[in-house]
Design a protein around this ligand. Structure first.
Ligand SMILES: [Ca+2]
Ligand SMILES: [Ca+2]
Length: 360
């Protein structure tokens, strides 16, 4: 596995943008005089606590005038730095709006300006660090709307507008709140368990991402029972796809429906209702129950069965990682810089553009 997606020498204005990087902790400019260039809107994650690459997520080496903006870096290992810039011919670096869980450090008299970076990120802030999905799960204070305006950087890794809201968000993701409700529960059935209890079962809803906006996921279900006035009133909630309504009257018909809500409290429409009649009291032997509708007038049908849902949920992912190019292992040449035998070289390319993928 390569650790560096781009090591460039004698190049001009290289662009590394919009990468979603799995287990490739270092983007690097090369050891010999790179001029200009931008590393923006990348998500870089390595959740290995042992065996990971002992280096930063982004490194500038002998790079003058580079911009490192709006990247999100989460590294679970023990290495102290997420972004490094080094060597005396690294000058004028602009390092802005980066969201990391490790430090930003410079060595060897390299010079640069660090603006509105946040280096205290927590794994819980992100959708799925193990899958390199470092989208924000919620509107994190001091991250959302807390960044600096970057000339020319008008979208995020998803293509969402920058800024969305009052100001740039920090990191690769311009946070978009989940405003999409989960799917409507299906297959609701009601079964009389006794003279005082009816059990409900239904099929799980899903909460899908939409338009590059991460889903918060199904958090639970609201349970409703039809009242004497033929309206539905909520009688409880359940995080499972079942519910037992107790304390009922014998030989009485009850009608139910359920709706799903997600982590942002978006509520689905109500499922087609289902009815059941509680069993008779002690003496009689009639019993019966069954689900399905029954009451004539208003109640809809029950529709049991039906297909399940599926479609997983939440984040997408789609890799894309290393778009590589000519390889070339061999000597690192850099003093002090982390080196390994897997360096990719993108020599002689100017204005090479990597990872221009778009999600959603
Ligand atoms: Ca976004
Ligand atoms: Ca949702």
């Amino acid at each position: 596995m390569n650790h560096r997606i781009a090591r460039k020498t004698n190049a001009l204005d290289s662009l590394v943008m919009g990468c979603l990087i799995f287990l490739i902790p270092t983007l690097s400019y090369g050891a010999a005089a790179h001029t200009g260039g931008k590393i923006q809107n990348n998500m870089i994650a390595d959740t290995r606590t042992t065996g990971g690459f002992p280096g930063p997520g982004i490194s500038l080496e002998s790079a003058s005038g580079a911009q490192v903006d709006n990247n999100t870096i989460y590294l679970a290992g023990s290495y102290a730095n997420a972004i490094e810039y080094r060597f005396s011919d690294t000058t004028g670096a602009l390092i802005r709006n980066n969201l990391t869980n490790k430090l930003i450090a410079h060595f060897d008299s390299a010079t640069g300006t660090e603006t509105t970076n946040v280096t205290t990120a927590q794994a819980a802030w992100f959708v799925d660090p193990a899958a390199s999905d470092l989208h924000l799960v919620s509107s994190i204070a001091n991250v959302v709307n807390a960044g600096t305006t970057i000339s020319g950087l008008t979208t995020d890794i998803d293509g969402d507008a920058r800024p969305t809201g009052a100001a740039y968000d920090i990191g690769a993701d311009e946070f978009q709140p989940d405003v999409t409700a989960p799917s409507v529960p299906t297959g609701l059935s009601a079964t009389a368990f006794s003279s005082t209890q009816i059990n409900l079962l239904w099929l799980a809803s899903t909460d899908a991402s939409a338009g590059g906006i991460p889903a918060t996921g199904v958090s639970g279900y609201r349970i409703y029972r039809k009242t004497g006035s033929n309206a539905f009133a909520q009688i409880g909630t359940s995080t499972a796809v079942s519910y037992s309504d107790t304390g009922l009257t014998a030989s009485t018909a009850y009608t139910y429906t359920v709706a799903a809500y997600d982590g942002a409290n978006n509520l689905s429409a109500q499922a087609p209702s289902a009815s059941a009649t509680t069993q008779a009291g002690t003496s009689s032997s009639s019993s019966s129950s069954s689900s399905s509708s029954s009451s004539s007038s208003s109640s809809s049908s029950s529709s049991s069965s039906s297909s399940s849902s599926s479609s997983s949920s939440s984040s997408s992912s789609s890799s894309s990682s290393s778009s590589s190019s000519g390889s070339s292992s061999g000597g690192s040449g850099g003093g002090g810089a982390p080196s390994d035998g897997f360096l990719l070289a993108l020599a002689s390319l100017t204005a090479a553009r990597l990872c221009s993928k778009r999600r959603g």
